[in-house]
Design a protein. Sequence first.
Length: 286
Amino acid sequence: MCLMHLLVFPLLQSAMQFITLYSYEDIVTARIEGSSGALWSISPPSREQMRKELQNGSADITLHFTWRFQRDLAKGGTEEYTSEKHTKDLEPGSPVRAELAELLQGTLDQPVTVPHLFPKYIRAPNGPTANPVKQLQPDEEESYLNLEVQLKREKIGDGTSTSSFLEWWVVRLKNCVSDCNILPMVIFNDKVSPPSLGFLAGYGIMGLYVSIVLVIGKFVRGFFSEISHSIMFEELPCVDRILKLCQDIFMVRETGELELEEELYAKLIFLYRSPETMIKWTREKE
């Protein structure tokens, strides 16, 4: 894939920089079905009004090409849907308007070419807007692909009225060679944080940085804040005398000398309650 982009965009350094931000699993090609999934249902008066507006109207008519993606929030992200649209204004007297009017009238059976309507490269971020990739389409709308729009008809009854036909719209790429009913759209998917880190990702990189610093700082502070209370019991130079006292307590307990055990245990408690005596008992042997 990198070699292909080197051939297609040899002079566009920004395009190469953009592509290197994504790995191969982040780039997918959506194969969009060009045929409409529903029949086109319109009343005859509305159809005639639309035809007249296309043919003789004095105001611009706007075409909308909309795309919408859905992200699995179980795998990460904060926005489930991301979408955007591209609009194209058809001015009065435009050949495209005249051909669309002929399609509605039924006098034209050939597809109508709408130039620069289909953006091939789309970036799907973690936000609500999926914009076309400007680095790969530097001329913006002029870089978009041409589409052919056709109103298909299938006769289901006698007569020539619109009620005797089933109608649906078909869109395909201009001058396509194979799979003409498929519209390929290349989508660059931004990486998102897992759901467990979603509360941090919402604050951006600075929020993540501050959170990590606070967690590490709290851990280090907690490690050293309690050391002053335990240092007198853990940092003893020599514990041989204390260990022998503990062994004596164990031995007298085994022999049943309970009174002597109580005296020795009281001596051990006194050691830990008297830092001065503990220092004397734990001095290094000379």
